[in-house]
Design a protein around this ligand. Structure first.
Ligand code: PMP
Length: 406
């Protein structure tokens, strides 16, 4: 099923013409980072050639251009995720900084000794470590939602973790290690019933699923630009207006102040209060261009194509003797994690790389979930809408060849 012309899409991504070890590059490391369409590369170049300035709108013409471009990008993000207002969008460096910002502002203000922070067993280290640090600082406790043998959230077990001590639930919408799509809508509704807030880690969902933060009723939603065909070094915190308004600032400096004397500082409103110093203006603008690009193709069309490709790849890999797929949830997005009997994951990764096929083999910054399955590492091909069945065939051929040499 092809809802768009994949070959035309591929021509939009110059890096897909690269050769590696004399072979055409096959990029199956999309969960780590995605490639950039020419439209994003051009937008960055245009910014530096025609608009580059710090963003003090009133200062001069280029400042107005840069400010307009930066704020237009904020509007695009707000629209893309269904936020109520662009002032609910804070630009940060990436998903990691986004979670740290929430932990060190909202978290410090709202979480105390004996309070509980609920995370799932699926989380990326970026959605574990900041909460652990907060817990160590405040005397709060971390509670963990277990998953079943398919890598799916156990909702009953989750329900029994919730109580009046629960202050926050921090949950990935899509697991970067297994590809599981988690039932965030139910998770949020259940958390709200006990008065807890929910942070959704959208680092892996943003490029695959239609996100609507208001319909989900997420309190925070965070993601990285580089995983949705945008630049590195730019990411997003969405927070509900009433939550951001009550949140203390994090870093102090320029941009985030309304007035400074040696005795005290008055802060700006959100989002500026959380954007101290000169931000990553160009890359925010680049992210806006990436969201425009994705919107032109349509996130639903992208999701349907990737689902079909994932199904094709899963069947082909499962048919190889010695392959064990980790993460067999009924709802998955774009990630295939596997091990091959008789071969280390490193060997598999190396054999693929020799054929120009890029996958990640390692712990994927999600050690707890791999250990849940008795593993330290897996091989993880992760798909995007510019990948093809022919590329999957190439990957499968290498794994088959290795499997035959057990
Ligand atoms: N959460 C998830 C689910 C991720 O997959 C990643 C990136 N692998 C992150 C958080 C962290 O993102 P970044 O490294 O861009 O800050």
């Amino acid at each position: 099923y092809t809802p768009f012309d994949v070959q035309a899409v591929r021509r939009d991504f110059p890096i897909l013409q690269e050769r590696v070890h004399g072979k055409p590059l096959i990029w199956f490391d999309n969960a780590a980072t995605t490639h950039k369409p020419q439209a994003v590369i051009d937008r960055l170049a245009y910014f530096y050639a025609h608009e580059n300035s710090n963003i003090h709108r009133a200062a001069h013409d280029l400042a107005a251009r840069a400010t307009d471009a930066y704020e237009a990008a904020r509007d695009k993000v707000a629209k893309f995720i269904g936020a109520g207002a662009s002032s609910e969008i804070i630009f940060v460096r990436g998903a990691t900084e986004a979670i740290n910002l929430v932990a060190k502002t909202w978290g410090v203000q709202n979480i105390g000794a004996g309070d509980e922070i609920v995370v799932s067993q699926l989380e990326h280290h970026a959605n574990i470590v900041p909460w652990q640090q907060l817990a160590a600082q405040t005397g709060a406790k971390i509670r963990v939602i277990p998953v079943d043998d398919d890598g799916q959230i156990l909702l009953d077990a989750y329900g029994s973790l919730l109580g009046e001590r629960t202050k926050l639930v921090a949950i990935a919408q899509v697991s970067n290690a297994l590809g599981t799509v988690t039932p965030v809508r139910e998770i949020i509704a259940m958390a709200h019933r006990v008065g807890a807030k929910v942070l959704v880690d959208g680092a892996q969902s943003i490029s695959h699923l239609k996100v609507d933060v208001r319909s989900l009723d997420a309190d925070f939603f965070i993601f990285s630009g580089h995983k949705i065909y945008g630049p590195t070094g730019i990411g997003v915190v969405y927070g509900k207006a009433e939550i951001l308004d009550a949140m203390p600032p994090w870093q102090g400096g320029g941009n985030m102040i309304a007035d400074v004397t040696f005795e005290r500082t008055l802060y700006q409103k959100a989002p500026n209060r959380f954007e101290a110093g000169t931000g990553n203006i160009a890359d925010a603008v680049g992210l806006g261009a990436a969201l425009d690009y994705v919107s032109r193709i349509g996130i639903e069309a992208i999701g349907r194509y990737e689902e079909a490709l994932l199904g094709y790849a899963t069947q082909a890999l499962r048919a190889i003797s010695g392959v064990r797929i980790i993460g067999t949830a009924s709802e998955k997005a774009s990630v295939l994690s596997f091990v091959l009997a008789g071969h280390t994951t490193e060997e598999v990764g190396r054999a693929l790389n020799e054929e120009g096929i890029a996958v990640r083999s390692g712990h994927h910054c999600a050690q707890p979930i791999l250990r849940r399955f008795g593993l330290e590492t897996t091989v993880r091909p992760s798909l995007a809408f510019y990948n093809t069945c022919a590329e999957v065939d190439a990957l499968v051929a290498v794994v088959k060849r290795l499997a035959a040499r057990r």
